[in-house]
Design a protein around this ligand. Structure first.
Ligand code: HSE
Length: 379
């Protein structure tokens, strides 16, 4: 198999190393912006070199971002090349267009490293869907926020310091806002929901709340409830319509997610026949993510010819039936919050059961009065 790599950063460098260690994969080109001495003749600066080379059967995109990644990946498919990408923003944002393009051009399109880093999550989702129906999924899908929350819980670390360490270790996105505001998780959650439920969700319709404003007092509140704070993604079919959302959650000590430390991820699905299955591993970092990109190439080499599903119905998520209590820290007084609060908890309150739709809608408005407000589902 002859491969062209688009981008050569943290993950791209790992793909290069793994391919070079194998006899069955030849990495012929690396598309880069600037010269990189160590790449020698393999460095190319113009995508057309790759598109025009008939020997290249698979393009691996690890540049990140939407543009020019979308233009390059689309052009590669139109040129008859299979595509593997680790770019969750690209896949979540252009989901339907990319699936259509892959179908029209008869090429394989895989993105296993885009969700769960080194965990073969999408691969196993596809596998279970061959003979079973996915009813729900949930889990920790971001290494950076898990690393931060774990350090805050176990070492009392300062948020900013531990975020800087996650960046140093190569877990965080180039702009770590995508991690701490939950957008990275939102994208992985959308891709998972699309595959699991045959959907085509829009980013702006999937509510997300991040941990940018989490404080030590919020961690203490979770501990006082015998819980651990985790960033979780959720998807569930309610009478055929998907509930999909991302939020910090206070998870009971003893639950699987509560035990997941450092940059590790755990993602689970629940199905009609198999029941609950969980997948645990390194959710970020050079080699785990590169491993799944190369594994996708090997799957294509071994005969995989498509995406994980070919069903893509445009649907809106409906989170009105999903209800649970929330911990809310909000400065000032608010009529709605007062009406649903049942007790004080440290610097915040705990509410009665509130729908996910209501809480996210309230927080989006209440942020105007208190930009540092924080909430977490109590589950
Ligand atoms: N920034 C992401 C994370 C990288 O921390 O999980 C893997 O998608």
């Amino acid at each position: 198999m002859k491969i062209a790599l688009l981008g050569c950063g943290v993950v791209g460098g790992g793909v290069l190393e793994i391919c070079d260690s194998r006899d069955d994969l030849e990495l012929k080109y690396v598309l880069v912006r600037r010269e990189k001495k160590e790449l020698g003749d393999r460095a190319v600066f113009d995508i057309t070199t790759i598109l025009n080379d008939k020997e290249i059967d698979t393009v691996v995109e690890v540049m990140g971002g939407l543009s020019p990644a979308f233009e390059y990946v689309s052009a590669a498919m139109k040129a008859g090349k299979n595509v593997v990408t680790a770019n969750k923003h690209l896949v979540a944002h252009h989901y339907c267009e990319l699936l259509e393009l892959a179908k029209e051009n008869g090429v394989a399109f895989r993105c296993t490293p885009a969700v769960g880093g080194g965990i073969p999550w999408l691969y196993n989702l596809e596998r279970v869907m061959r003979l079973d129906k996915v009813l729900s999924f949930s889990g920790i899908m971001n290494g950076t926020t898990n690393f931060i929350l774990d350090a805050m819980h176990t070492e009392g670390s300062d948020f900013a310091e531990v975020l800087a360490l996650a960046q140093e270790l190569g877990y965080a996105e180039a702009d770590p806002s995508a991690d701490i505001d939950g957008l990275d998780i939102q994208r992985k959650c959308i891709i998972t929901a699309n595959v699991a439920f045959g959907a085509c969700l829009l980013e702006e319709e999937v509510p997300v709340f991040g941990i940018r404003h989490i404080l030590a007092c919020d961690i203490a509140a979770a501990v006082s409830m015998n819980r651990i704070c985790k960033m979780l993604a959720f998807g569930k079919l309610n009478n055929g319509s998907p509930a999909v959302y991302v939020e910090p959650s206070f998870v009971r000590c003893g639950e699987l997610e509560a035990a997941v430390s450092t940059n590790r991820n755990v993602i689970s699905f629940d199905t009609e026949l198999t029941g609950k299955e969980s997948f645990y591993g390194q959710g970020a970092g050079r080699y785990p993510t590169a491993y799944n990109a190369v594994a996708d190439c090997l799957d294509i080499k071994n005969g995989v010819k498509s995406f994980y599903t070919d069903i893509m119905n445009p649907v809106k998520p409906d989170n009105s039936a999903e209800k649970h209590p929330y911990y809310v820290r909000f400065k000032g007084s608010d009529e709605w919050l007062d009406s649903v609060s049942i007790e004080k908890c440290g610097e915040g309150v705990v509410t009665a059961d509130v729908s996910v739709a209501q809480m996210h809608a309230w927080a989006a408005k209440a942020k105007e009065a208190d930009p540092a407000l924080f909430f977490a589902g109590v589950i």
